[in-house]
Design a protein around this ligand. Sequence first.
Ligand code: HEM
Length: 422
Amino acid sequence: MTIEQAGLMLANPAAYTDEARLHEALALLRREAPVHLVAAPGYEPFYAVTRHADIMEVERDNALWLSEPRPVLTRGRSAQHGSGYRVRTLVNMDDPDHRVVRAIGADWFRPKAMRALQTRVQELASRFVDQLAGFGGECDFATQVAVHYPLYVIMSLLGLPESDFPLMLKLTKELFGSDDAENRRGGSDDERLAVLLDFLAYFQRLTAARRAEPTEDLASAIANATVDGKPLGDVETASYYVIVATAGHDTTSSTLAGGLHALLEHPGQLARLRADPALLPLAVEEMIRWVAPVKEFMRTASADTMLHGVPIARAESVLLSYPSANRDEEVFADPFAFDVGREPNRHLAFGFGAHYCLGAALARIELVALFGELLTRLDTIELAGQPEWTATTFVGGIKHLPIRYTLHPLRSNASPSPAQAL
Ligand code: HEM
């Protein structure tokens, strides 16, 4: 494979369905061309940044490197994406707006507040593992468990009724999985716009309801937030819901499916974890490093600059490859080993700096709760078919994970708590 071919893979959704080959390409780029100009047909050119240290350098300087106008890789001219209509979420924003709008949700997502949610999350985790028992020993873990559980958590956080969960599931898949034929409603700008408008309509109704009758949930905090004494506008409010609902969903479900797959592929590590459940938080961190469900975010230079010796002009963009950072030989000992006891683990799966993932604490709680419950109840488990990966350059991972398993029978009158397992 040439450096050119390796670079082009970063703009090819299908390339992300073959992880071994993708990682071969990323390793080549890290070694030979860590800041590499990619001119892929149908895309504006961008520099692929593949080393951990360079990604941190870009993310650290959020005055030089802006999220606007090209926060993620899209086809064509990104500023015109979606027929000129754009939802403006946190990931699109730069300071001073970013700081103000982030602060609205930041209180909600602080680890302390998240710990308060733990009971609810553990209830849900135990419910989903109970469901496994009902599937009769074989299921597609990705579509039957991993996709639903994080959405239930977020919808509970927002305070939405369970009857709306299926609609949210459909819309988030259509919006986030839109490179993959299996998920998308359609590939055209108009069809993408239709999904966005459905989202907006739903959340505008929610805002109106929470303004009329405030409750204790995150939806109320967003609906009733003020900036400079004024409530957020319709698009800003809806955008906040959209970022929480979408950012917290496919990311966590991909990590669940990918994390379980990694355990199945590394039976020695699974046995080690089962023998020492206190390793679970480290194991979850390793799953997040290993899966890196967010494939990239982008930044655009606000002035002429240099990165790793490569001159980059004002208005040119860089693509930050998180899966690559997480296998960087300079940072991780034996980066291609899946090690449930890895410590330290300075992965960049949650990004870094001003945009560092707002939901990182919640994601960790969710993953620890589900794997804790699963490992306590699981007797045997094996792959029951070939896994399949999502075709996407943005967020994704394993979309089908057939498994065959046996569970311990439930103890009478109480479901075992993951906390007991730890
Ligand atoms: C394993 C699961 C997750 C991963 C790997 C992940 C990854 C990321 C990444 C890479 C970013 C961009 C960081 C940057 O630009 O430096 C991000 C931003 C964000 N994430 Fe997550 N995320 C996960 C789960 C969640 C959850 C559960 C939520 C909330 C329910 C969430 C909410 C957000 C929000 C609101 C942002 C935007 C922050 C900003 O731009 O200021 N994420 N996430």
